[in-house]
Design a protein around this ligand. Structure first.
Ligand code: PRP
Ligand code: URA
Length: 206
């Protein structure tokens, strides 16, 4: 199911990222901050378990997250969201899926996958700023499912209907969170208005 996170701070920061004159430093900083804000919002629904604790004043009931959290950034651009999310969930473990889109066919090609051992019993967040055709997210979730993980959420900044449809068709059990749903894909598979090539803007490779 699709969830749009309509938060003023996210909108403000996303606007900075969209501007073509925004440089690498500000682009990266705002991406990181939005990643943290999105997961903060999503975490409102995290299940908790009660734990008996003792404060300096006596016994009390405390709460802990019911499951460990694993973040799976899709390389490269997903890396730009990890620090911001780890700032609010410092115990999160990190898996990686390396994928790049063929510029002609727009098909994803994988070059790396590595996951922490507890992933099957964890709450997994697959993160990537861009959901365009949905090919990369679908492939990344396939890799994650091969580990036995079942509690999987996709977190992207900007997406289009085509990508949402592709992920929902392949993985109807995966919730999708977006900060913005944009108009369309252009003829070379870029999101319009979007924010350009996220990987290049994060790493300064163009
Ligand atoms: C971008 C982006 C997504 C993918 C989205 O990565 O970060 O992973 O494209 O497109 P899709 O929904 O059509 O698959 P890219 O392949 O450019 O690799 P990079 O992050 O290494 O730049
Ligand atoms: N990947 C990007 O980085 N940007 C887009 O608009 C589409 C795919």
């Amino acid at each position: 199911m699709l969830h749009l996170l309509d938060h003023p701070l996210i909108k403000h920061k996303l606007t900075i990222m969209r501007r073509k004159e925004t440089g690498t430093k500000d682009f990266r900083q705002n991406l990181d901050e939005i990643g943290g804000l999105m997961v903060y919002e999503i975490a409102k629904n995290f299940p908790l378990r009660e734990v008996p604790i003792e404060t300096p004043m006596g016994k009390a009931t405390g709460y802990e997250l019911d499951k460990p959290v694993v973040l799976v950034p899709i390389l490269r651009a997903g890396l730009g969201m990890v620090d911001g999310i780890q700032a609010i969930i410092p115990t999160a473990k990190i898996g990686h899926v390396g994928l790049y889109r063929d510029e002609e066919t727009l098909e994803p090609h994988s070059y790396y996958a590595k996951f922490p051992p507890n992933i099957a019993s964890s709450k997994v967040f697959v993160v990537d700023p861009m959901l365009a055709t949905g090919g990369s997210a679908t492939a990344a979730i396939n890799f994650v499912k091969q580990t036995g993980a079942t509690d999987i959420t996709l977190v992207c900044l900007v997406g289009v209907q085509e990508g949402i449809d592709a992920v929902e068709k392949a993985h109807p059990d995966v919730d999708i969170y977006l900060a913005a749903k944009d108009e369309k894909l252009n003829e070379i598979g870029y999101i319009v208005p979007g924010l350009g090539d996220a990987g290049d803007r994060i790493f300064g490779t163009k």
